[in-house]
Design a protein around this ligand. Structure first.
Ligand code: KIV
Ligand code: ZN
Length: 394
């Protein structure tokens, strides 16, 4: 009898755009070498598609996309292009050395973008979209098309232009919430509506691209997946224009942790996440906020006595994923005024002290006095305090 099991979980393509949308964030530019370093970590981590840059933007961007395309063997390497021949040819040239290369071409489709940014009417935008996808297909079979500001585009028009882009050869249709305006319910409905109404929707993979202006980028991306999207565009640490993009580490861990309601899988080896987060933070000089989900300094740290006691008895009392699963060696019991006896005793054991009950009680009182005066109590403070305790009890 065969013991083979088949996974019922559908694969979600993880498309990382740290090097493109992430780098567009003011002050986050990276050097050629830094981009190559980040791309290598993403590739090792199992990211499916890496948007390596916007080749027409500068000579440097072109060179880094081309070098990443030349170097990576596993991930698809993607270059961004507006809907014009020069952009597309430049992106096509940059991805040429890739084992697997993609061109991502986009045009604004909402009334605001058509009128103010492009000064084009619906039909002109439609024609440019079709022409750009066709031109990109001369370089690669893997063409992604995005109607920029899709969440503020008229539905009938959006359906018509998406259908035309697929007919022209787009294999991925990305639906950007460019200004982070949508709510999860709306974004779910939009993806559902497109998949139901566009006659050739089954010929392309639908993708989410959510910005975080209202703090909803991850929730919107997951809603999009539940509605049928099978690619998520995201960045390490949620880096990106204005308030950023959906954070890669958050969407991947949400899918991994909540398999009960999100029956999907990604190819990302999550144990690389902390390393990737630290690298992106270092090369961009953007600090990661202490309480950032998954990769923040406090994501696996406990200070309150109740929580520390629970975690020491069974980590699952206050942790929904293990620190090891995201590349953190262990959780941290931070000693402060909220800490209790249980954690204090464990801390002493870690530091190599073995006190009797009375001495321990005495040291704990002194520790609490100190913690009231001092915000952070370090190991050295505890060592000094217990050293005094040992001396006075001799
Ligand atoms: O947010 C956006 O609309 C974009 C497009 C280029 C896909 O980043
Ligand atoms: Zn974007």
């Amino acid at each position: 009898m065969s013991t083979a099991t088949t996974s019922a979980k559908e694969h979600i393509v993880i498309f990382d755009t740290t090097l493109r949308d992430g780098e567009q964030c003011p002050g986050a530019s990276m050097t050629f070498e830094e981009k190559l370093q980040v791309a290598t970590v993403l590739d090792e981590m199992g990211v499916d598609v890496i948007e390596a840059g916007f080749p027409i933007a500068s000579e440097g961007d072109f060179e880094s996309v081309r070098e990443i395309a030349r170097t990576l063997k596993r991930s698809v390497v993607c270059g961004l292009a507006r809907a014009n021949p020069n952009d597309i040819d430049r992106a096509g040239e940059a991805i040429r050395p890739a084992a697997r290369g993609r061109i991502h071409t986009f045009i604004g489709t909402s009334p605001l973008h058509r009128q103010y940014q492009l000064q084009l009417d619906q039909e002109q935008v439609y024609e440019r979209a079709v022409a750009s996808v066709k031109r990109a297909r001369n370089f690669t079979d893997d063409v992604e098309w995005s109607p920029m500001d899709a969440t503020r585009t008229e539905h009938d028009y959006l359906c018509r232009i998406v259908e035309a882009a697929i007919d022209a050869g787009a294999t991925t249709i990305n639906i950007p919430d460019t200004v982070g305006y949508a709510t999860p319910e709306e974004y779910y409905e939009l993806i559902r509506m497109l998949i139901e109404r566009v006659p050739n929707a089954d010929k392309a993979i639908f993708s989410t691209h959510c910005h975080d202006d209202l703090g909803l980028a991850v929730a919107n991306s997951l809603a999009g997946v539940r509605a049928g999207a099978r690619q998520i565009e995201c960045t390490i640490n949620g880096l990106g224009e204005r308030a950023g993009n959906a954070a890669l580490e958050e969407v991947v861990l949400a899918i991994r942790t909540r398999g009960d309601i999100l029956p999907y899988e990604t190819g990302v080896d999550t144990t690389h996440l902390m390393r990737a987060s630290k690298l992106v933070s270092t090369v961009t000089s953007f600090p990661v906020q202490y309480n950032k989900a998954i990769v923040g300094r406090n994501a696996f740290a406990h200070e309150s006595g109740i929580h520390q006691d629970g975690v020491l008895k069974n980590a699952q009392t206050y942790e929904i994923m293990t620190p090891e699963s995201v590349g953190v060696s262990k959780n941290a019991l931070v000693m402060g005024k909220h800490s209790g006896r249980h954690a204090f005793r464990e801390k002493l054991k870690d530091l190599g002290f073995n006190l009797g009950e009375n001495a321990l009680e005495d040291a704990f009182k002194r520790f609490k006095d100190l913690a009231d005066r001092k915000k952070d109590v370090y190991d050295e403070d505890i060592e000094a305090l217990v050293g005094d305790e040992i001396l006075t009890s001799q």
